[in-house]
Structures are given as C-alpha cells and as structure tokens.
Write a protein that binds this ligand. Structure first.
Ligand SMILES: Nc1ncnc2c1ncn2[C@@H]1O[C@H](COP(=O)(O)OP(=O)(O)O)[C@@H](O)[C@H]1O
Ligand SMILES: [Mg+2]
Length: 242
C-alpha cells in the first residue's frame, strides 16, 4: 500500500480527507450532507454536537465501517469507497483502533486476554500477543489488573482496558465514539487524559464527546449539526478577520 493512487508522497497524505461527503439512508434521512474535512497526521480533534447530528456517522466512515453515498472519504490516502472488503479489513487492522462508549470487552475474559485479542488478526503468536498486551495495560495504568475480568473492574478501568486493546496493535489513528459517555466525571477526565497522552506519543485521535469541558481539552474541535460541520476551531479565519 505504499504507492499512492493519487501520486502524492506518504508524508503529504492527511490521516482523513472528506470531499463533499453525504450519507443518506433509504427513506430520506440525510445523516451527512456535503461534509469537507481534513485531519492531519498527529492531530487530535474532538467531535461535538447534539444527539442525531451525524457524529457517529463521521466516525464510522473514517473507520471504514460505513461508506458514503456521495463524495469521497480518504483514510491515509485510500479512497474507502473504492476498496474491497479484504483491503478495508487490512486497513482497519493495520492502521485503526476503535473505542466505544460501552467498552465491548469479552465477559469473563481477563484483561490481559481481552487486550491480546486486539492482535488476533495481526498474525502475532500468542506469547508475543500477551507480552504486548501486558505492556499496553501498563501504558494505561493497569499493570496490577491484568488478571481481572471486566466485572471485577470499575467503568473507568474497563474503558482503559478497551483503550489498551485499541492501541496494542500500534494504530496510527484512534477513533473513540463517546468513550466517556458511560463514565463518571473523574473517570471520564482520566480517559481523556489518556487519549491526550497517546496523541502526544504520535497517535492521531478523533474523539466524540457530549462533554463541553472534555472537548475543550482537545487541541481542535469540530462541531456537527444536522449532518454538517458547522464549526471547526482549526479552520482559517475568513479574509480580513484577525
Ligand atoms: N442505520 C440507519 N438507518 C437510518 N437512519 C440512521 C441510521 N443510522 C443513523 N441514522 C440517522 O442518521 C442521523 C445521524 O446519526 P448519528 O451519526 O448516529 O448521530 P450522532 O452520533 O450524532 O448521535 C440520525 O438522524 C440517525 O437517526
Ligand atoms: Mg453517536
């Protein structure tokens, strides 16, 4: 995948590029409508907006879990509407990490193996998977909880296990859909700190949040409303405005 179909060098290719992206559903719901967006490698952006505004749709398109009905979505230069299922799965497993509001951990499986399973499709032998899982759990501050099962962990700890699973394969881009939505304020702040730390280590991060205070901690904020990006804190000011 090193040769870019558009001929640009890998260094110039943004992590995410939306051009005129729409996503309609049968029956006429327009979840997204004419979205243009560019997220550079190494950025961290919070996506904010009311319920139903299209936030998850944006993230699902970036995560190649959905495809646009209009326009083009590029992820690290790859037009996701033009890739077959095998290429999409390869892009996801090599490049992307996912975190969800409800953790999605396997019940009755200890933290170490929940995280090690994040490498199942990467062709890493079990022993090496567990070693990398232990390191990822240490990275999220859970070195002393590797043997705990999800029901033996707090909500904040479960989400940190889920983050460890998302990053154990060293993704370039981490996608988090309301990762603090099921957590108390203190645990939510810890999760946000963790995402910022990963970003400082070079991971590009896109995080959806309802929480204005948490969003304010992200270097960039994108506001979605009625399927459009209506504000972007990184957007250049119009000419004449300083
Ligand atoms: N599978 C679907 N079928 C029909 N409409 C959908 C589907 N998924 C989402 N939508 C609609 O698209 C809009 C945006 O949804 P979503 O991106 O999940 O919003 P948010 O994450 O901001 O709450 C909503 O109006 C929602 O009802
Ligand atoms: Mg949503």
């Amino acid at each position: 995948m090193s040769v870019r179909e558009d001929g640009r060098g890998a260094r110039d290719v943004p992590a995410v590029e939306f051009a005129g992206v729409g996503r309609s559903y049968p029956g006429g719901v327009r979840a997204l409508d004419g979205v243009d967006l560019r997220v550079e490698r190494g950025e961290m952006a919070a996506i904010v907006g009311p319920s139903g505004s299209g936030k998850s749709t944006v993230l699902n398109l970036v995560g190649t879990l959905d495809a646009p009905t209009e326009g083009t979505v590029r992820v690290f230069g790859h037009d996701i509407g033009a890739l077959d299922d095998g290429a999409l799965a390869a892009l996801r497993s090599r490049t992307l990490g996912f975190v969800f509001q409800r953790f999605h951990l396997a019940p009755n499986v200890r933290a170490l193996d929940n995280v090690a399973d994040g490498l199942l499709y990467a062709g890493v032998p079990l022993r090496a998977r567990r070693e990398r899982a232990a390191a990822a759990l240490e990275r999220v501050g859970l070195a002393d909880r590797v043997g705990h099962r999800p029901h033996e962990l707090s909500g904040g700890q479960r989400q940190r296990v889920a983050i460890a699973r998302a990053v154990v394969g060293s993704p370039e881009l981490l996608l988090a859909d309301e990762p603090t939505g099921a957590l108390d304020t203190a645990s939510g702040a810890e999760v946000m700190d963790l995402l910022r730390g990963l970003n400082a280590d070079g991971v590009t991060v896109l995080v959806i949040t309802h929480d204005r205070e948490l969003a304010a901690q992200a270097p960039r904020r994108l506001e979605v409303r009625d399927g459009r990006v209506v504000a972007d804190s990184a957007a250049p000011l119009p000419e004449g405005v300083s």
